[in-house]
Design a protein around this ligand. Structure first.
Ligand code: ATP
Ligand code: MG
Length: 1018
């Protein structure tokens, strides 16, 4: 339970009793769905376990899981079959009483799997001796044998149990399993002779044909091919992909040897199985009198051999009916239809009796011989009841009637026992019992089973009275005797609306789980035909037999302590993870789960021994923390007073506290969580945490919010740590999402350390070594030196300078491998030619001694630094950078600060850089001069104006706006005519390099600032 409280937000509640809206079917389904989708297939309703078939192997049935649940308090671990099994076992050992675990649910819901898992649990966890090993094996291996003979593939389940099974596991006084006993109910004999499409006969027939060795088949007169046998092919699926008959045969054979079947036993057993197959192949034809005769004698000979029955007696039994007239017996021949009917009846009877024999034989082998021989008889038992759930088919016959009657009885037992247990507990605890309103289905049980007046009695009478019984006479009798019962309807008794849905030969029962319409004809037929008519005394019909066996089963169960497992099938397709709301809602209703929850919740949702309650919540009250030295009951009283329980929320029993509403418990649990949280964070103080009426809501909400916040913080911390580790692992990769934060953090820490370890003076060359991942990101001394130059040239003069500071200078603006070996720096530039100012893409390569303007791999121009007179830098980044050499060269460059800085350092001419504003004059060649005018306009433009000046317009920069230099490159050629005039350096603005000489110009198609004679064109 404690775990359930903590887990309730994530995966619903682990106990439906703790649902706030416990009467809402939608809330019930929601909870079930939420958990199922997390593969949490088990949920409690108090001590009842609801199980949803996962249709996949889950890792929850391992030996370590078994050990986990062994001996642990029921509510301490998540709901599980093992918890139910272990609880029954421990109570049995402690109190020396008997128990049963009732497993019910519809076909395919997982009942048999559950019962096998429980058996395995006991086999693994119970103490055993070498001597008892055999008993353990026999208990386990009785399953494959019973399944071979009692299970079949149906549309709903490939391994459907076609009988009800109750198995007692007997334990000695030490709790070791020493024996067992099995009771079987209602084996579905009709399957032997008929199967619906998509269904098979009992597994054993196919196993024998597929796995039996040649000699055995030969001895039985059988062929391996199942298609040869009428009784095996009606469902048209003798071979099924999901079933391995050959393998199963091996397991069954091994089981037989362990369960102590002799070769003679097996010979008889397989002889009978084979004779059923031969019976199915017998065909009849009419003789000249219209009487049935057997068409081919070979089958009947095999049957005679295998059953050890005289041939003529067999032939007579299949073609004649024996009528008793007073003291004489008269043989009356059958027609062909009746002969087929008789053949099938014999096959069903043979198989049914063989199954009973088999169960008895297994019981003989499971009998507690060890205890008997040693004089220590078994002390206690745990019974496992695996029985089909409520069944509603299109046509409901005698079988459905018995199954549903059985479920009606078991539901009655469940409700009665739950109520009884509740009542007893209240009594024991000295708490006043408050009557719980619930639907008592005794009224329906009575309708079916009451002596003389119930449906079974009426059925008996109809079957056994002289004269012909018909469905209509049976219905009339029913209407006469139970017609006024509120849960019984026929077409005649029904109102206008209901009438249409009931046939003349049907009657309808309003079961606790819903309405079921039964066909009177089939009811009568099965009940009559299957009765033992050779008995001279008034015989029992099958219905009465079933009623009696059910009554004795209920008696067996009533004498034991109950545990319940309700299995649910989540979908019709045997698909894992699929939760079919409609189908499940139906089962929740038929399994009586809402009713059970209502009964369980009518009193108190939660109860716990004082010691356990105090142990968990003592930290919520200063008087009980850290230890309470008085009686636990008083401690709990102090505690709940302190936290403010209202009187109607709880009751104090002799040994337990009873809490009525889940919300009270949740608030307590929240407070506990919050307190735990405070202690974790070291805030354990003298503050009082109370659930007083006026504070309780806000307190629980407040503490819950705080707990949530703390959880959020923890999640954040976990994520950050995870990110850090991930960053560390990926630190050598180029900067990416995974390592970005890690690199930033390293950078931060490095810079912080660097701040404290800066060189003491200009002569101090020491520099804190950055971590390898930061070598590129952290400025090196060279970088810093360059930045100092940039600062000297541009600081306070050119806009964009501050922004440029954080941009590291690179060695090259080409890829490292494209950089010429000799080059100190390379960057793409645009060079404007002299005549039309055409934009041409070039590379500017700076070496130790010269600057080169290069086109592809061809050097177009070399400028020795010694000839360099100056450089002008225009306002704004978007304005081309003009290097004005002799001749003068106009270049445009994107990384203006970087390029100019590199140039300054390499040429050692930093003082020659000027930032100019307004206009500047330059030489175009052959003594001509030009003027460049810089203005601001709406759009960037470069053009030759009417006066022949080169006008460069830059847009007004709004703060923070970046302009792409490419805009200028796209302006196209400047107006023809070139730029006349001498280069000039304006002091009032951007940077300008003066050419060394103003005389020597080289005519060139490009506009060039000639570096006197040293400018070389290639
Ligand atoms: N706990 C489980 N884990 C995995 N698979 C399961 C589990 N329970 C049931 N199954 C699957 O569902 C199938 C049907 O289960 P099972 O035979 O126990 O149903 P049943 O309720 O006994 O049906 P029937 O009434 O027809 O006998 C099993 O063969 C198995 O494939
Ligand atoms: Mg089953």
């Amino acid at each position: 339970m404690e775990g359930a409280l903590i887990a309730r937000d994530k995966v619903g509640v682990q106990d439906f009793v703790l649902l706030d809206s416990h009467t809402s079917e939608a809330a019930f389904l929601n909870n079930l769905r939420k958990r199922y989708q997390e593969n949490l297939i088990y949920t409690y309703i108090g001590s009842l376990l609801v199980s949803v078939n996962p249709y996949q192997e889950l890792d929850i049935y391992t030996v370590s899981q078994m050990q986990l649940y062994r001996g642990v308090n029921f509510f301490e671990l998540p709901p599980h079959l093992y918890a139910i099994a272990d609880n029954a076992y421990r109570v049995m050992c402690n109190e020396y009483n008997n128990h049963f675990i009732l497993i019910s649910g519809e076909s395919g819901a997982g009942k048999t799997e559950a019962s096998k898992k429980i058996l395995q649990y006991y086999a693994v966890t119970c103490p055993t001796t070498e001597q008892l090993q055999t008993v353990r094996d026999r208990l386990l291996l009785s399953n494959p044998v019973l399944e071979a003979f009692g299970n079949a593939k149906t549309l709903r389940n490939d391994n459907s149990s076609r009988f009800g099974k109750y198995m007692d596991i007997q334990f000695d006084f030490k709790g070791a399993p020493v024996g067992g006993h099995i009771l079987s109910y209602l084996i579905e004999k009709s399957r032997v002779v008929h199967q619906n499409h998509g269904e098979r006969n009992f597994h054993i027939f196919y196993q024998l044909l597929e796995g039996g060795d040649k000699d055995l088949l030969c001895w039985l007169g059988l062929e391996r091919n199942p298609q040869k046998y009428t009784y095996l092919i009606q469902g048209r699926c003798a071979k099924v992909f999901s079933i391995n008959d050959k393998n199963d045969w091996k397991i069954v054979r091994k089981a037989f040897s362990i369960i102590d079947f002799t070769e003679k036993d097996l010979e008889h057993l397989f002889g009978i199985v084979a004779s059923v197959l031969h019976l199915g192949n017998i065909q009849f034809e009419e003789d000249s009198n219209g009487h049935a005769i057997i068409r081919d004698g070979s089958q009947i000979k095999w049957i005679s051999k295998l059953l050890g029955a005289h041939l003529s007696i067999l032939q007579e039994a299949l073609t004649h009916r024996k009528i008793e007239a007073r003291s004489e017996e008269v043989l009356s021949p059958l027609n062909v239809d009746l002969a087929f009917y008789a053949r099938d009846a014999v096959a069903k009877a043979i198989y049914g009796r063989t199954f009973t024999w088999l169960v008895n034989k297994i019981n003989g082998s499971l009998a507690n011989k060890v205890g008997f021989l040693s004089g220590v008889l078994n002390k206690t038992v745990i019974g496992l009841l695996d029985i089909y759930g409520f069944e509603v088919l299109d046509t409901n016959s005698f079988e459905q009637f018995c199954i549903n009657y059985c479920n009606e009885k078991l539901q009655q037992l469940l409700i009665e026992m739950t109520l009884k247990a509740e009542q007893e507990e209240y009594e024991l605890e000295g708490i006043e019992w408050e009557p719980i309103p619930y639907f008592n289905n005794k009224i329906i049980c009575d309708l079916v089973e009451q002596k003389h007046k119930g449906i079974i009695s009426i059925l008996d009478e109809e079957c056994l009275r002289p004269g012909e019984a018909t469905d209509l006479s049976f219905l009339e009798k029913l209407e006469e005797k139970v017609g006024d019962h509120a849960h019984f309807v026929t077409r005649k008794l029904a109102d206008q609306k209901t009438r249409k849905s009931i046939d003349w030969v049907d009657f309808r029962l309003l079961h606790y789980a819903g309405e079921v319409t039964y066909c009177a004809f089939y009811l009568l037929l099965d009940c009559f035909l299957l009765s033992e008519l050779d008995n001279r005394r008034r015989p029992e019909t099958v219905a009465t037999q079933f009623k009696n066996s059910l009554t004795s089963l209920i008696e067996i169960l009533m004498s034991k302590e109950p545990s319940y497992i309700r299995c649910i099938k989540p979908n019709e397709n045997k698909e894992p993870g699929k939760f079919d709301d409609f189908l499940i809602r139906h089962q929740v209703k038929y399994l009586g789960l809402m009713e059970h929850l209502r009964v369980r919740r009518a009193g108190f949702a939660y109860r716990r021994k004082y010691e356990l309650f105090l142990q968990r919540y003592k930290c919520l009250c200063p008087a009980t923390w850290p230890n309470w030295h008085g009686p636990a009951a008083e401690g709990v009283e102090r505690l709940i007073k302190h936290i403010g329980y209202k009187p109607e929320e709880y009751k104090l029993g002799r040994t337990k506290i009873f809490i009525r509403f889940p919300k009270t418990l949740f608030a307590t649990e929240d407070a506990f969580e919050y307190r735990k949280h405070l202690s974790t964070w070291g805030c354990w103080g003298p503050r009082r945490w109370q659930l007083h009426p006026e504070h309780s809501q806000s307190f629980s909400r407040g503490s819950f919010t705080l707990a949530r916040r703390a959880a959020k913080k923890r999640t954040w911390a976990v994520q950050t740590i995870r990110k850090f580790i991930n960053g560390f692992i990926n630190r050598k990769k180029p900067l990416c999402e995974e390592n970005r934060d890690f690199v930033r953090l390293s950078q931060y820490h490095y810079l912080m350390r660097l701040r404290d370890h800066l060189p003491k003076n200009v002569l101090d060359k020491s520099w804190l070594q950055p971590p390898s991942i930061l070598e590129e990101a952290v400025p090196s001394p060279i970088q810093l030196q360059q930045k100092v130059v940039t600062s000297a040239v541009f600081s306070g003069k050119k806009e964009g300078y501050l922004e440029s500071l954080s941009q590291p200078f690179l060695e090259t603006r080409l890829s490292e491998c494209s950089k010429p070996l000799e080059a100190s720096y390379v960057t793409p530039v645009v060079k404007y030619d002299r005549n039309g100012f055409k934009a041409r893409e070039r590379l500017l390569v700076l070496t130790q001694s010269s600057a080169y303007v290069v086109e592809m791999a061809k050097i177009k121009q070399k400028i020795e630094y010694s000839t360099l007179k100056g450089a002008g830098v225009m306002p704004g980044d978007f304005i081309p950078l003009f290097f004005c050499f002799q001749g003068d060269v106009i270049l445009q460059c994107e990384h203006i600060f970087e390029t100019v800085t590199k140039l300054c350092i390499l040429a050692n001419k930093q003082s020659l850089v000027k930032v100019v504003k307004g206009s500047l004059r330059f030489r175009v060649g052959s003594g001509k001069e030009g003027t460049m005018v810089f203005t601001v306009g709406p759009e960037p433009q470069v053009f030759k104006d009417k006066t022949g000046q080169l006008t460069v317009v830059r847009p007004q920069l709004s703060p923070g706006k970046q302009i792409d230099l490419r805009e200028f490159q796209q302006l196209g050629p400047l107006p023809q005519g070139g730029l006349g005039g001498q280069a000039d350096i304006k002091e009032d603005g951007d940077l300008v390099f003066h050419p060394k000489s103003s005389s020597s110009h080289t005519a060139h198609e490009d506009i060039e600032l000639q570096a006197s004679n040293k400018v070389t064109h290639m």
